[in-house]
Structure formats: structure tokens, C-alpha cells
Design a protein around this ligand. Sequence first.
Ligand code: SAM
Length: 361
Amino acid sequence: MSRLEVRYAQCWEDPRLSREALAVGPDDDVLSIASGGENGLAFLLDRPRSVTLIDRNPAQIHLVELKVLAARRLDREELLGFLGARPGPDKDRLYDVLRPGLSGPARAFWDRRRDLIRDGLFHCGRYERFFRAAIRYVVPLIHSRKTLRALLDCPTVGEQAAFYRDVWTNRRWRTLFRLVFGKRVFGRWGRQRSHYRYVTAADTWRLFYDRAERELSQRLVRDHPGLAYFFKESAYPRPENLPLWLQAAHFPAIREGLDRLKLRTAGLDEILAATHPGDFSKFNLSNIFEYMAAGEYARALGGILRVSRSGGRLAFWTMFVPRPVPSSLSARFAPVFPDGSPDPAYRTWTLFEDFHAWRLL
Ligand SMILES: C[S@@+](CC[C@H](N)C(=O)[O-])C[C@H]1O[C@@H](n2cnc3c(N)ncnc32)[C@H](O)[C@@H]1O
């Protein structure tokens, strides 16, 4: 089997924030990182002219191709079962129905990975498997099921924060958190070593540790789409935690917009080099800039300025590596949230450090 691998089965960035920041509308052509596809699909709710999803990892594009095909051909209940968002016993049969509609490379990829299809596409990424394994195998070394239940069932955020601080946080939790979410283990088995190339923080586990504490003091686990997904036995027990594009109120509009979606296996640099000025107006770029050296990042910003229509916007996240506007380009970018603080509830949705949203001048 080829070494191609789905890294991210779903997007773990808050699509509400990128939609608000980019203010996508009917005249827009959006360029977005594909990853698991959720955030690019969510832009279809804003009815832009086009959404182009790119990813340099072909496996991510194969994943999105299959999700999109399933969204076209299955009814919503079947789709939720096929993806693994709900129990769905007939994933194999549904794949047989869908496979003639796949491109040759995607069909060859998924034919060799039917075990992943049987598990549900939502769980097939390296990242998701890492978190689920940590919760399944590491948490029991620290706490009983009863204590875990008590954390998940706290009735108020105040009680949850106190429980986390006074009961959950003990020496073993801290030691194992440090081990599991350090660069060596998480970087090797959950993310990629190369994601740490430009990280200067000595203790990335510590940054996550503090963010987890902050998160648990601000939102109940069951109200938190990411944590609720990772902690619960059934993937999405509450419909409001489903990815936006799959929510009952939004799915019909998403399905209607699928013809405006384009998929491309390519790096941002290749796309920018092959794009004409004015081809795109809105850019949603995940946290890819922290995998680049500062010079490469500045060149990418230059490329975005070159291809963007006037009034364009750029949104992206950072996890460990600060990526301010380089001083040579500062006159060309204006923050979308001038006070630098979009709704704080959005910022804390994930383990990211920051979210940037700029108008291109
Ligand atoms: C940026 S990653 C999300 C990472 C996650 N937030 C984390 O840091 O662990 C999302 C996707 O971006 C893709 N990607 C990374 N750099 C890219 C680039 N320069 N061009 C296109 N896709 C890229 C990866 O293949 C991956 O599927």
C-alpha cells in the first residue's frame, strides 16, 4: 500500500470565525485549505461564486472527494451513518454504491482502505486516531470511569472548572499530559515533526496544557464540538455539535452549492504561481504559515496580494509560531477585527493560539 495517509479526518478550526472574518458573499471566489473539508464546505452557506479547496496531501483531497460524493448521493441520515457521525451499519454497501462516481485515483485510494470506511470517514485521520487513543488508553491510567463521567457531567462551567482543578489535575495527569502532548509523541504520532521546524517555544505541551485548562474553565465539554467528539463513545451525540455543513438547517443549502466546489491537489505556492490576478477574493489558510520559514511566509503573502481582487480578505490560525504581518508589507494589510478581539467564545474553541483576519489593501 502506498504511504499516502489522511492526516486530518475533519477540520478542527471554528468555521464560524472564518465565515465572520471573511464575510463571503455571492461575488466571492474563495481559496481554502481542504484538510477534512468541513470549513470549505461551510463557505457554501454564503453562496459564493466558487470555493476552491487545495491540499498538498492527495489523501486529503481523496477524502473530501468521497465526502462530497456521499453528500450528493445519500440522504442526510445515510450520510451521517456513512461518515461515522452516527451508528451506520452499512458503510461497505454505501461505498459500493458510491465508488463508480469517484475519480480513478480516489477510487484506487479508498478501495485499498475499506477498513477506514468501515470505521467511518470522520475517524480515519492520524490526528483523530491519536486523540481517541490518548483518551481510550491514557486517561484510564489516571482516572476511573466514574471520575471521567463526573467531569463530563458537570452541570455548570464553574463546577467543571473547580472539578478539573481540584480533582482531575493531579501529578499523574500532568506527567502523562507532558509525555503525550510533547513534541516527541504528539509531533510523531498526531501531527508531523516538520510542523515543529519553526517553533521556538521550549515546552509546547505546556502551551496545550494551559489552553486545555482555559478551555475547561470557559465551556462545558458537552458544549464543545471538539472535546465532545473526542470524549464521547458515539461521535456526535448532540446535533448542535455536528460540523456546520451537516447540521439539518444547513445541509440542503450545502448540497445545492456543491457544484461551486473545486478540489485541487497542490501546495499554496503552486496555486498562487498558476493563478491570475483577480482570480480569488477570499483566502482561508488554516495554520499553514507556521510550517513555513519567515521568508517563505512573506513570499506567500506577496503572492496572495498579487492574485487577490481588491477588497480581498485573508484568514488563518497559528498554534505555536507567531505570524504577524512582516513590516515590509504592513501597509497592505488591515485587521478585520480592529480591536484585535473577535468574540472570545470563538477563540477558545480549539487549541490554537491565535486567529488572524486581514483586509488586503
Ligand atoms: C494546516 S493542516 C491543519 C493542521 C492542524 N491544525 C495542526 O496544526 O495540527 C491542514 C492541511 O493543510 C495542508 N497543508 C499544509 N501546508 C500546505 C500548503 N503549503 N499548501 C497546501 N496545503 C497545505 C495539510 O496537508 C493538511 O491537510
